[in-house]
Design a protein around this ligand. Structure first.
Ligand code: GAP
Length: 426
């Protein structure tokens, strides 16, 4: 299944290997013409759901490189580590937590491994032109940009606790074993909410459960099948250094249940580490707020969405990506029934130019109409509009629906209103 998705992603322009012409580079991926549309739609949907729909949440966009002190104080320089072991036979290296009972995934048998070594996964960069250059880090999580701006946001808005700060952006980790396509990459994008609350257990419990449920609902709204999603609470030894509690939303991937997003109770770890207090004017009290976090990976949403939407329609011998219309990279495709009939082509072109002003719209006049429908089904386009001979007589066109393959006829003049209604949540 994963191989089918990797092949479709490349063939149709969703995801390409980074720097492929030079043999690629492990853990880096590029998004193609359809991939970038899908990615933008997911981020837009998340932003709408979090920043515009929830109460008391604002967004920011912080820099990727920060003062390196941030990473010392946050504990990442000391504790953002993976334990690495090496197979004594084939010398392949693995994360220790990914090895079970001394079984080497490369040799495909039980072997001996070296003692685990600590390996920090922050990516170092060097700034300036003269030696010694200043060492800094590409951010390992986008989160710290929120904490260092906490005071700026409080002072420039009217927000009062409880409130949230949301952000979307790139993060970098020097992963030991990138793999499973984009699942574990070295450069990836996160969508996060840091929700600041009054520091007591009852509030902590309330907001932790609130975000856990809200976030699961979002994946269901995106069309994910319920049976492919579950919660999994981290054992104390699995938790990141900052977390008092952690629950993952997991997806049933072909390579096993895998983390989609983490809901973390960070307590006052970060606020205390950076010494950032909040003065509560209602309680007349100064304190370190507690933080409940939701941290989702854009690339994992894309990968799991491709897997979850993929459908092989045996009856019609076609492959369909059953994206909800809001997420589909192309919303509508326009076809002239025959590419060599001037009147039909002109009418179809006029419709294409009109719709394109409002919705991502594709034009296709190659091959037979059935093949054109199937090509759109395979990239998840929900609607195809065909201009045929009847269109010349009565100014109607057909709309064909991706999932059912049914068709309706509609007046050309009603098309824009019809699609505005279909995409009112877009
Ligand atoms: N701020 C908290 C944080 O970063 P995390 O559980 O380490 O928590 C959150 O990461 C999410 O970021 C994960 O659930 C996943 O979706 C995404 N993510 C983490 N590492 C990744 C990687 N190497 N490749 C792709 N996505 C990753």
């Amino acid at each position: 299944m994963l191989d089918k998705i990797i092949s479709l992603a490349k063939r149709r322009g969703f995801i390409f290997q980074s720097s492929e012409i030079y043999g690629g580079i492990s853990g880096f991926w590029d998004y193609g013409p359809l991939g970038v549309e899908l990615k933008n739609n997911i981020k837009k949907n998340w932003w709408k759901e979090i920043v515009y729909t929830q109460d008391n949440i604002v967004g920011i966009d912080a820099a990727i490189i920060m003062n390196p002190i941030v990473w010392e104080r946050s504990g990442h320089v000391k504790s953002f580590v993976d334990l690495l072991v090496e197979c004594k036979k084939c010398h392949h290296r693995f994360r220790q937590d990914k090895i079970e009972k001394n079984f080497c995934p490369n040799c495909q048998k039980v072997t001996n491994f070296t003692e685990p070594k600590k390996f920090n996964i922050l990516t170092e960069v060097f700034l300036g032109v003269t030696e010694p250059k200043q060492k800094a880090y590409l951010r390992g999580e986008i989160t710290q940009g929120v904490f260092v701006n906490f005071k700026n946001v409080v002072n420039s808005t009217r927000l009062k606790i409880p409130f949230g700060i949301a952000q979307i952006g790139k993060a970098f980790r020097n992963e030991i074993t990138p793999g499973n396509f984009t699942f574990r990459s070295r450069e990836f994008e996160q969508m996060e909410i840091e929700y600041f609350i009054y520091p007591n257990e009852k509030e902590g419990e309330k907001w932790f459960s609130f975000w856990k449920e809200e976030r699961l609902k979002w994946y269901l709204k995106l069309g994910f099948k319920k049976e492919n999603l579950r919660f999994r609470e981290h054992l104390p030894k699995e938790r990141a250094h900052y977390a008092r509690r952690a629950i993952d939303i997991e997806y049933k991937a072909p390579f096993g249940w895998s983390e989609f997003e983490g809901i973390h109770h960070r307590g006052d770890w970060d606020m205390r580490s950076h010494n950032i207090t909040y003065y509560d004017t209602e309680r007349k009290e100064e304190y370190f707020p507690w933080v409940i976090e939701s941290s989702a990976g854009v690339d994992r949403v894309i990968l799991f969405l491709l897997l979850d939407s993929y459908y092989e329609d045996e009856k019609n011998k076609r492959v369909v990506l059953k994206f909800i219309p809001e997420l589909a990279p192309i919303k509508i495709a326009i076809f002239p029934l025959l590419a060599n009939k001037k009147n039909i082509v002109e009418k179809a072109k006029e419709i294409y130019r009109n719709l394109k002003k409002y919705f991502p719209t594709a034009w296709d006049d190659r091959g037979n109409i059935g093949k054109r429908y199937y090509a759109q089904d395979e990239i998840g386009t929900p609607f195809c509009v065909t201009v045929d001979f009847q269109s010349l007589d009565d100014d109607t066109v057909t709309i064909r629906f991706r999932d059912t393959t049914e068709q309706i006829r509609i007046k050309k003049t009603n098309l824009i209103d019809y699609f505005f209604d279909q995409f009112k949540n877009y």
